[in-house]
Design a protein. Structure first.
Length: 95
């Protein structure tokens, strides 16, 4: 019983971003996004759970920092602020 409870507890603590995110979205995944951006870029982005203009700008900085991993595979040259597949993969790798 203890073993099963430990596995469930460990699984509920796993945090990742599974959804595409963009300005106007809100929720737990946006909170995780904001935390990762703060840690990786050393910015003081408020962790509000709302994907606002400030979050969008920091996502663009993140995408440009990891351009070869995030933008290149998507066929982009500059960050867009949209958190799609390639951006999510890099964010989750950092987690």
């Amino acid at each position: 019983m203890f073993f099963a409870a430990s596995i469930v507890a460990a699984q509920t603590n796993v945090k990742a971003i599974f959804s595409d995110l963009s300005e106007g979205d809100s929720g737990a995944e946006v909170v995780e996004l904001q935390k990762i951006l703060n840690t990786d870029l050393g910015v003081g982005l408020p962790v509000t759970g709302t994907f606002d203009a400030a979050t969008n700008n920091v996502v663009i900085r993140f995408q440009n920092k990891y351009a070869s991993e995030v933008l290149g595979p998507a066929g982009l040259k500059t960050g867009s602020g949209f958190v799609g597949l390639w951006t999510r993969l890099k964010l989750n790798q950092i987690l």
